[in-house]
Design a protein around this ligand. Structure first.
Ligand code: NAD
Ligand code: TYD
Length: 340
């Protein structure tokens, strides 16, 4: 199979390319990434030696360039990870989220119709459903996105489904819960805690710290995405959850304990605007129809993740670019914390 992966230099996309290359060594993989602050070619070290792997630096919103890519490589499948993905950034600067997450997706959908792509798998998020205090969201639940990020993802989901209904595009969607694992940019909660703890920096904890996320080890999500790509029913949405619900404060305490760092590093700061209290997904559908369940208990995944970041200080250091610093300098000072 010839698979075009977008956003393959980001966290989940790069883990997915590694997974795909191991699981299906004969597949041809084309990786399109704009290399924003979140994209890192170092995430794909080792793959350059693989025959039938191509990296192209391009913006999914740039239709003429993307058309050339489709013309040249004629992908059979498209897996769209490319996105602006950080909620806090979407609150400060929503426009780029609408551009990449909605218009970028629309460009890929148009080209996929035009070039007869056989499967279009769109990677979405549990955040499109919004917050739920009790129970779990199913794939039929109403969408109530709270942030510009989740609103842009919900808009893209609606477009993907519309392209399926109107033009017959063979599309599928996965909506996963919060991922964690190697190669995650340290603006997201778990790598941020590890990074700040390792550097004895304060760790901002929003609000009362009791917001709940369902943590999914990234390798388990890659397995789910691969299974949906091969066994999913066209036109369907699949929730992918980790069965690991924890309050944020418990996650921080667990990591500080594992790293033998003091709880005094925790800094309660003002809450994120529109902060969703709890995310929770029913994964009955993907279990029943595809046979996927999450494999990694949180304690195991967290141990592996902490180990990976501790063993890769160079990777972590390389993320501290000008773009990272300028955002966090302003952002942390707004929160009453110094520097990044
Ligand atoms: P990420 O921010 O780590 O990576 C995004 C990648 O997309 C980067 O490599 C970036 O350079 C690239 N990119 C951004 N804009 C682009 C553009 N215009 N053209 C081409 N490439 C572009 O994100 P992630 O955490 O790996 O998330 C990947 C996907 O999974 C996103 O669609 C996100 O909404 C979804 N998702 C993430 C999580 C999570 O916990 N991280 C959970 C559910 C769903
Ligand atoms: P995040 O990793 O940004 O994922 P999302 O908001 O998309 O779920 O945040 C996970 C949780 O951690 C969320 O409830 C917000 C909280 N959080 C903090 O308390 N402090 C932080 O510095 C960050 C980045 C997140």
């Amino acid at each position: 199979m010839k698979v075009l992966v977008t956003g393959g230099c980001g966290f989940i996309g790069s883990n997915f390319i590694h997974y795909l290359a191991r699981k299906h060594p004969t597949y041809k993989i084309i990786n399109i990434d704009k290399l924003t602050y979140a994209g890192n070619l170092g995430n794909l070290k080792g793959l350059n030696k693989k025959k039938d792997y191509w990296f192209i630096k391009a913006d999914i919103c740039d239709k003429p360039v993307m058309k050339k890519v489709f013309q040249k490589y004629r992908p059979e499948a498209v897996v769209n990870f490319a996105a602006e993905s950080h909620v806090d950034r979407s609150i400060s600067r929503p426009a780029i989220f609408l551009k990449t997450n909605v218009l970028g997706a629309a460009t890929l959908l148009d080209l996929s119709i035009g070039f007869g792509v056989e499967k279009f798998l769109h990677i979405s998020t549990d955040e499109v459903y919004g917050s739920i205090l009790r129970g779990k969201f199913t794939e039929n639940s109403m969408l109530h996105p709270s942030s510009p990020y989740s609103a842009s993802k919900a808009a893209a989901d609606a477009l993907v489904l519309a392209y399926h209904t109107t033009y017959g595009l063979p599309a599928l969607i996965t909506r996963s819960s919060n991922n964690y694992g190697p190669y995650q940019f340290p603006e997201k909660f778990i790598p941020l805690i590890i990074h700040n703890a390792l550097h004895a920096k304060k760790i901002p904890l929003y609000g009362d710290g009791k917001n709940v996320r369902d943590w999914l080890y990234v390798e388990d999500n890659c397995e789910a995405i691969d299974m949906v790509l091969h066994k999913g029913r066209i036109g369907e949405i699949y929730n992918v959850g980790g069965h690991n619900e924890y309050q944020n404060i418990a996650v921080i305490r667990g990591i500080l304990k594992a790293l033998r760092k003091p709880a005094s590093l925790i800094a309660f700061v003002r809450d994120r605007a529109g902060h969703d209290r709890r995310y929770a997904l029913s994964i009955t559908k993907i279990k029943r129809d595809i046979g996927w369940t999450p494999r990694t208990p949180f304690a195991t995944g967290l141990r592996k993740t902490i180990q990976w970041y501790t063993n890769n200080p160079g990777w972590l250091k390389n993320t501290q670019t000008g773009a990272y610093r300028s955002f966090y300098k302003k952002y942390y000072s707004k929160l009453g914390l110094s520097g990044s």
